[in-house]
Design a protein around this ligand. Structure first.
Ligand SMILES: O=P(O)(O)OC[C@H]1O[C@H](O[C@H]2O[C@H](CO)[C@@H](O)[C@H](O)[C@H]2O)[C@H](O)[C@@H](O)[C@@H]1O
Length: 266
């Protein structure tokens, strides 16, 4: 069943109904803030998005965390020096101001890293267009450029290649298989950890807004019972609301940035 469409009017209503004094934004990147592109390095980060994020992040009543499957260094390259909090590799690594840390499970994944890379390598020869993104604390096997008819064979070969490698899980994303540590971290860990941090510094009560588009974001949607959860695009989701596209998410942020002075006025 499709979920109701979210809007800036709904956001304002929630702020007023719950007497909200501050807002914590937890947002995914690919397919949520940014339009999907043929390959990870070809995404376009609109100047207007950087402007909106910068304006919102400067407000003492807002904090923005970008929680992505991308590596932290990749995220920083695209969004620093905006004063945002970043979490890369599905909650495995973090940057908040001068503080940098990793989740405790990354050591365990590190022990399997080379075995995973070696087992996946033959797939590049087997499927024309297949691309493996080694992000140190997780891998993405991209098949956006592989013939659509070969999709099921890619899935089967990824599963076969990972057979016998412990402490990992294979999670579907957008024309990509994510290989990440099991158990976790997931984006739920990132939301939990960062929610504790921002709640401690923001005026109370704080509204948590979680926005994402793929299977890995479902973990983030489940993290906080009181959060406003918004799924971007079509497909099944546990989120409460939907927005049709990354452009609609950017429009929501643009509107928020342009109305910061009245955001909490009811
Ligand atoms: O958690 P996210 O911020 O949504 O990151 C998920 C993965 O996104 C990237 O791959 C996806 O976007 C690419 C660029 O649009 C696209 O070419 C690919 O097909 C998508 O799966 C990124 O490359 C991965 O590392 C992220 O895990």
């Amino acid at each position: 069943m499709s979920k109701p469409l979210f809007s800036e009017f709904m956001l304002h209503r929630l702020v007023c109904d719950r007497h909200i004094q501050s807002c914590a934004w937890f947002m995914d990147i690919d397919g949520t803030l940014l339009d999907l592109a043929p390959s990870p390095d070809r995404v376009h980060v609109p100047e207007s998005l950087l402007w909106a994020l910068g304006q919102i992040a400067q407000s003492p009543q807002h904090r923005i965390a970008l929680i992505s499957g991308r590596a932290l260094s990749d995220i920083q390259q695209r969004f620093a020096p905006l004063p945002l909090i970043f979490s890369g590799n599905h909650g495995a690594e973090y940057q908040a101001g001068p503080e940098h840390w990793t989740h405790e499970n990354v050591q365990a994944f590190g022990r399997h890293h080379d075995a995973i890379a070696k087992a996946l390598a033959p797939l590049r020869q087997e499927f024309s267009g297949l691309f493996i993104e080694d992000k140190t604390y997780s891998f993405s096997v991209h098949y956006r450029q592989v013939a659509a008819a070969e999709g099921p064979a890619v899935a089967r070969r990824v599963r076969e290649a990972m057979t016998g490698i412990e402490a990992i899980e294979i999670v579907p994303a957008k024309l990509c298989w994510e290989i990440r540590p099991k158990p976790g971290p997931t984006k739920a860990d990132a939301v939990h950890v960062l929610w504790q941090r921002v709640q401690a510094i923001l005026p109370s009560p704080t509204l948590a807004v979680v926005i994402g588009d793929d299977r890995t974001d479902e973990d983030a949607f489940a993290a906080l019972p009181s959060a406003v959860t918004i799924h971007v695009g079509d497909g099944p989701t546990t989120a409460q609301w939907t927005l049709p596209s990354p452009a609609a998410v950017r429009a929501l942020l643009q509107h928020t940035a342009q109305h910061l002075t009245t955001f909490f006025s009811c």
